[in-house]
Ligand binder design. Structure first.
Ligand code: 5GP
Ligand code: ZN
Length: 113
């Protein structure tokens, strides 16, 4: 996956404002934030999206959600926050490397657009 921008960020080949990293996951500030806090939580392993997942990825997804909760607490998002996966072009996915958006610091509407 030579041309995947999130794989490049994972390997340090593209700059990003990293806020967390471990051998399985890394998280960084979105380049075009849609809320005062907008962090992308990514797997190191290249997966296109949730539709590309396997049984063995369950623990990784669980860890990604736990990390979202930890980062939200660190950012003091006490009034609420949103964790979003845009799965596929029709749902607004534009970067085809699985990532969880953590958004907070403002009010959100439901249903999402
Ligand atoms: P998607 O639309 O696939 O759910 O989310 C992709 C996100 O990646 C968007 O919110 C977009 O602003 C962000 N993004 C795209 N390219 C870059 C980049 O090079 N660096 C960073 N930090 N974020 C990016
Ligand atoms: Zn990738």
């Amino acid at each position: 996956m030579n041309d995947c921008i999130f794989c490049k960020i994972s390997k340090g080949e593209l700059p990003a404002k990293l806020v967390y990293e471990d051998p399985e996951l890394f998280a960084f500030e979105d380049i075009a934030p849609q809320a005062p806090t907008h962090i992308l939580i990514c797997s190191r392993k290249h997966m296109v999206n949730l539709a590309d997942s396997k049984e063995e990825d369950g623990a990784l997804f669980g860890r990604a959600l736990l990390l979202a909760s930890r980062l939200a607490a660190k950012r003091k998002l006490t009034s609420g926050y949103r964790v979003v996966v845009n799965n596929g072009r029709g749902a607004g996915q534009t970067v085809f490397h699985l990532h969880f958006h953590l958004l907070g610091g403002r009010d959100f509407r439901w249903p999402p657009g």
